[in-house]
Design a protein around this ligand. Structure first.
Ligand code: ADE
Length: 225
């Protein structure tokens, strides 16, 4: 997989890719991530990427020209499966979308800033608009980092234990069950006895019940789907 991230603030998004699991995935060549600074695609002396809104109104709008130049250059080099625009008015991101995107080859992710991009960018280039939740961030960079993390960890070989992504919360529309490690008893609090039974079908059944209970209490909406 290859991900090209278009941004006016590359320094804001680079660090999550320089640590831990994402760093290792890049080093092991399971994914390539490239950052493109929109200011490198401007044509005026001021390197402007934004301008006033037609019709008036507070806030600047990202102009189409630098974005067109950047996306067109990338598309001249390879085919892309999706051009994703990070925006609070997009489809709300979830595990199902992460699973779907983790199977793609090449992705472009466009990070919005200010009031967002000129509508013609969305009409012309964007194939998917994604929000990471019903709140407004100061730019799309942190949202893009969240999206990339959720996608990249699903690529086969990225997580050490191949099965561990399959047992995450949400993978079957259920939250994950409680988990425990040593010590067996801490300040009077005991680990459930079933986990020491050695009876794996029984342990699986207990975990399934716990997942269901937790989902029913905390996220009953997931059980409706
Ligand atoms: N840009 C600003 N807020 C956002 C959000 N909630 N999701 C995606 N991109 C955003």
């Amino acid at each position: 997989m290859r991900i090209d991230i278009i941004t006016v603030l590359p320094e804001l998004i680079k660090s999550p890719f320089e640590a831990s699991i994402l760093k290792r995935a890049i080093e092991n060549k399971l994914v390539e991530v490239h950052f493109h600074n929109l200011r490198d695609y401007t044509t005026d002396n001021y390197k402007s990427v934004d301008d006033y809104q037609f019709g008036g109104g507070a806030g600047m709008v990202m102009m189409i020209e630098p974005i067109d130049k950047c996306i067109s250059e990338l598309k001249s080099q390879r085919a892309y499966d999706e051009v994703i625009y990070m925006t609070p008015d997009g489809t709300v991101f979830n595990q199902q979308i992460a699973n779907h995107l983790s199977l793609k080859g090449n992705l472009i992710i466009l990070c919005g800033h200010y009031k967002g991009v000129d509508q013609r960018v969305r009409d012309l280039f964007v194939t998917k608009e994604i929000s990471i939740g019903d709140y407004v961030l100061s730019g799309g960079e942190l949202a893009a980092a969240v999206l990339c993390d959720a996608i990249i960890r699903l690529i086969p070989g990225v997580l050490g234990n191949e099965t561990s992504a399959l047992t995450d919360s949400f993978q079957d529309n259920l939250l994950a069950p409680p988990i425990y490690t040593r010590p067996r008893e801490y300040k009077g609090m005991k680990v459930p006895e079933v986990l020491f039974s050695g009876n794996f079908p029984k342990i699986e059944k207990w975990r399934d019940e716990q997942s269901y209970q937790r989902t029913k209490e905390r996220r009953p909406d997931l059980l409706d789907d």
